[in-house]
Design a protein around this ligand. Structure first.
Ligand code: GDP
Length: 492
């Protein structure tokens, strides 16, 4: 639909079976209405009525307490003046997600923060990520999820310091536990040593976080966090599997998500709607290059180690395509419209792989080999660059088969939105001195992911009740190890 009217005969499918509200105009955000048209083939997961009810409740909360309301003004004033009690009158509490890292990491972290906000009945506000409004439509009707830039130049508001918390904060959960602001009794009770809870608390949940910050995933600590009006969350991870392992949340999450492997599938489809400009680019590219073939094969190549020889990455990919019979060895069935015809979409920062894949397969595949962009390198605070990255994640999610690079959150977003289990090419860990380190020479070039869920790279293995580390592979029937990250876990 390229006209200004919404698609005719709007059905439940356009609103993703009740996941989306109809409280947005078509013109303001077309992708909300049109996403389903491009993704219908994979939509086998239905949101539960309970999840839908929780989303509607969260939308009401976001509107009642969000920026521009009297409740929000009051909460900011109390924060700035250091008052540490939740206002009883309106009961509004906030979770601010501090944006950092690449777009894939950011999307996984925002989805995680959103779920935590729903579970704890907090308003989610997104900070930083200066181009968030160029990339995504507002997800909640009648309000904004973007944290307003606080105060004047001389303001001393904690909200002005958010981006500076990179190295942690003395108001973090971990530091408060270590400095004795929060005390833990021998029977495991957690309490404040101060007369009142602090006005805000910082949650450090990224990569190399320490033991005390990981206690975030304990039930007792969660009860205490509930008393803090403002939480600032710094994470680049998909912490959702960790929330499932937190006793305070597991029952609620099981009720919301009867199908455990569809959590990001639903949350991603609920939260992320490319703006009209990005969506227009996605659709144009799709119709010009990928429409009208029987099958679209998406290949995502992400190389983390500079010294990794490109040839080895290419060999791994070609072996994967061959071993798993993902592309034809002989000429593709004739005719672009044949159901057995294929097109290949390549995404990568470099064009070198695209050239080689086209040399190898271009003549054999009726739908051709395509690469939308080759940015050369990752860029920061560059809206146009991020818009291209977002387009490519969505184009990948419109494919029927995916081959992705292990470790990459860019690929996780694509597979999650698509609802596809990709073939994952394992990678040596990013910190390995030699790119081969950690890879078994006998390993296959790629493995099928065990579910469509993203991998939580840095989970806590600490069992709070038992006070010891456990094997996360064995604690729950719906938590499993990831094929690409040794210590990572995912929902299955
Ligand atoms: P990750 O680092 O692979 O986990 O994924 P992120 O999305 O968090 O960070 C990588 C960033 O590099 C992306 O957000 C893009 O800015 C850029 N990038 C990486 N691969 C590609 C690609 O294939 N296409 C485009 N357009 N950008 C990419």
């Amino acid at each position: 639909f390229d006209g200004s009217d919404p698609p005719l005969n709007i059905t439940d499918e356009h609103f993703l079976d009740g996941l989306l509200t109809a409280n947005f105009s078509y013109m303001s955000c077309r992708s909300r209405y049109e996403f389903a048209v491009y993704h219908h083939k994979h939509s086998s997961h239905k949101p539960s009525p309970y999840l839908i009810a929780k989303l509607r409740k969260q939308e009401a909360l976001q509107k009642r307490c969000g920026p521009g309301t009297a409740a929000h003004k009051k909460a900011v004033r109390r924060l700035d003046s250091g008052e540490g009690v939740v206002d009883n009158e309106d009961g509004c509490r906030y979770l601010v997600y501090i944006s950092y890292r690449g777009l894939g990491n950011r999307m996984l972290a925002i989805a995680s923060a959103f779920l935590y906000a729903v579970l704890t009945e907090r308003v989610l506000l997104v900070d930083g990520g200066k181009d968030a409004d160029a990339l995504f439509c507002e997800p909640f009707p009648g309000t904004t999820w973007l944290l307003p830039r606080p105060g004047g130049w001389f303001s001393n508001s904690p909200l002005r310091r958010l981006q500076g918390y990179e190295g942690g904060s003395k108001e973090s959960l971990g530091n408060m536990l270590q400095s004795g602001v929060i005390t833990v009794s021998t029977d495991g009770n957690v309490s404040w040593s101060t007369p009142r809870p602090p006005p805000y608390l910082y949650l450090h949940l990224s990569g190399a976080y320490g033991f005390h910050d990981k206690l975030f995933f304990c039930g007792a600590h969660q009860r205490l966090l509930g008393e803090v009006p403002w939480l600032f969350m710094w994470t680049d991870n998909y912490i959702v599997p960790g929330l499932f392992l937190t006793p305070a949340f597991s029952g609620e999450l099981e009720a919301m998500f009867p199908e455990k492997e569809a959590v990001f599938y639903h949350l991603g489809r609920y939260l992320f709607h490319p703006t009209n400009r990005v969506w227009h680019a996605i659709k144009s590219y799709y119709h010009a290059n990928l429409a009208g073939v029987g099958q679209r094969v998406g290949v995502q190549i992400r190389v983390f180690q500079k010294k990794q020889p490109p040839r080895s990455v290419l060999d791994q990919l070609l072996s994967c395509l061959r071993d798993e019979k993902l592309l034809p060895e002989t000429t593709d069935a004739a005719g672009g419209n044949s159901t057995s015809s294929r097109a290949v979409l390549v995404t990568s920062l470099s064009s070198w792989y695209y050239d080689r894949i086209r040399d190898e397969y271009g003549g054999r595949i009726a739908g051709g080999v395509h690469q939308p962009s080759h940015e050369g390198r990752q860029r920061w605070r560059d809206a146009a660059h991020d818009m291209r990255a977002l387009s490519e994640m969505y184009l990948l999610s419109m494919c029927d088969v995916l081959v992705t690079s292990g470790y990459s959150t860019f690929g996780y977003v694509a597979q999650g939105l698509a609802g596809l289990r990709p073939w994952v090419m394992p990678r040596a860990p990013m910190w390995a001195a030699d790119w081969r380190e950690g890879l078994d020479p006998g390993d296959p070039p790629c493995r099928r992911a065990v579910s469509v869920e993203p991998c939580f790279h840095a989970p806590s293995a600490y069992d709070c009740a038992a006070a010891r580390d456990v094997d996360l592979d064995k604690v729950s029937p719906y938590i499993s190890r990831c094929v690409d990250v040794k210590y990572g876990i995912k929902l299955v």
